[in-house]
Structures are given as structure tokens and as C-alpha cells.
Write a protein that binds this ligand. Structure first.
Ligand code: NI
Ligand code: MN
Length: 227
């Protein structure tokens, strides 16, 4: 059983095979957050890049819960310098069999500077093959790129992609992404957090339904999807 929860912005929870994953845990200062950093539990925390709205409360939550932080080499090295002992670094194109499944870091077209100005390496997305064989792609922050076709070749059960525009793909490019990814279901994120990211997700979902075979699922912050 796999349960994906959207906490608002790009902050996700994924429960898979009894493990609790948090992805880009931005709760403090997130006007859309449906929970607080003190309320959430985690066994693993995945960080896609160094920006403050993605590293978020990762350090505090990892210290409180004992969760392992998984990210690129540069970001986990930075986390270790802040006192975290349980970290795992990977890099683009590299996969590793974690207790919760096989996790590969994927390309993302974005930046990755850390909140204190440190170099955060390359930004990434995540491709997870769960222990029960589901393929879940979490694009996190990225612009459109043609190699999404290659990610789609993996046969995705679920894709989570940004639609907010300005910092990431907007609705038009996100629709093109859906066509390349060919996932069974898609969940839009990274929108409506701030006025700058205001989007009509329902209208976008209608276009996905009209133009593709993919089912777009619009979650409200705090809502979940089971697969
Ligand atoms: Ni970002
Ligand atoms: Mn962001």
C-alpha cells in the first residue's frame, strides 16, 4: 500500500510498505502548509535541492525523528556539517536500494543554492520503485525537459509535477510533461502557495483529461491519494 499526502507547495508525505517518507519538508513559513514541522513523523527525508522552500525544516525534523536525509552529495555533506549523522548521498542517474524501495535521482532543470549561500550541487527529481512494484516519479522543481520521455519509458503509476510557473514549469509545459511521462495518474504541486504561483488546477486537470489518457488528481493540502 502506498499513500501520497500533499502538505502544500512541494511538500509531500509518502507511506510505503510501513515506511514514512517526507519529501521537501517545508512547513515553517509555508502559508499553504496543512501541518506543522512538529506534527509530522518520518523515517526518511528526501531533499530535491537546496532552496529554502525545499530544505525547509529537514534538519529539525531529522534531529527530532532520527530520520535519514537522502539528497545529492553536496546537500547531505552540508546536513552532516549541521550535525546530522544519518545521511545518504546519491547523484543524478544513480539508484540505491533503500529499505523502502529503489530510489533513483533524476534530472531537474533548476538551481540548488542552500539557504546560507553554500553550493547545493545539482537539483534533482526522484524516481521510486516501491517494494510492491509501483513506479512513482516526483519531479519537484524543474522546467520541462525532453528526457521526461525516458522517465516515462519506465512505466509510471504516478507522476507528481509542478504547475506553478515562474520558478518551474507552468500549466502549458506541465501538460507537455504529462504527454511525455505517460503516467497512469498525475498530481500537480508547487502552485497556489504564494500569489506569484496562483494557478487554476481544476482547469488544468480538465485539459489533461481531454488531451491525454492520464488521470489528473487535484489534492487540497492535507489530502492523500492511495495507490
Ligand atoms: Ni527551487
Ligand atoms: Mn521551489
Amino acid at each position: 500500500m502506498n499513500k501520497l499526502t500533499w502538505f502544500g507547495h512541494a511538500t509531500l508525505g509518502l507511506e510505503t510498505g510501513g515506511f514514512k517518507l517526507l519529501i521537501d519538508p517545508f512547513f515553517s513559513g509555508n502559508p499553504a502548509a496543512s501541518a506543522t514541522a512538529e506534527q509530522v513523523e518520518a523515517d526518511f527525508i528526501l531533499v530535491s535541492h537546496g532552496h529554502g522552500d525545499h530544505v525547509g525544516d529537514a534538519l529539525e525534523i531529522a534531529k527530532r525523528t532520527g530520520a535519514q536525509v537522502i539528497s545529492n552529495h553536496e546537500i547531505v555533506t552540508w546536513c552532516a556539517k549541521q550535525g546530522l549523522e544519518k545521511v545518504h548521498g546519491q547523484h543524478l542517474g544513480g539508484g540505491f536500494k533503500h529499505p523502502f524501495g529503489y530510489l533513483k535521482l533524476t534530472l531537474a532543470l533548476h538551481g540548488s543554492q542552500l539557504p546560507d549561500g553554500s553550493y547545493g550541487g545539482n537539483p534533482c527529481g526522484f524516481l521510486l520503485t516501491t517494494n510492491d512494484g509501483k513506479k512513482i516519479y516526483l519531479a519537484q522543481d524543474t522546467g520541462l525537459f525532453g528526457d521526461m520521455k525516458l522517465i516515462g519509458d519506465e512505466g509510471l503509476d504516478l507522476a507528481v509535477i509542478p504547475i506553478g510557473d515562474n520558478y518551474t514549469m507552468g500549466p502549458e509545459d506541465a501538460l507537455r510533461a504529462v504527454k511525455m511521462l505517460r503516467a497512469k495518474q498525475v498530481v500537480p504541486i508547487h502552485y497556489n502557495t504564494f500569489p506569484l504561483l496562483q494557478q487554476d488546477a481544476t482547469g488544468w486537470a480538465e485539459r489533461v483529461a481531454r488531451e491525454t489518457d492520464c488521470r489528473a488528481v487535484i489534492l487540497q493540502p492535507g489530502e492523500s491519494l492511495t495507490l
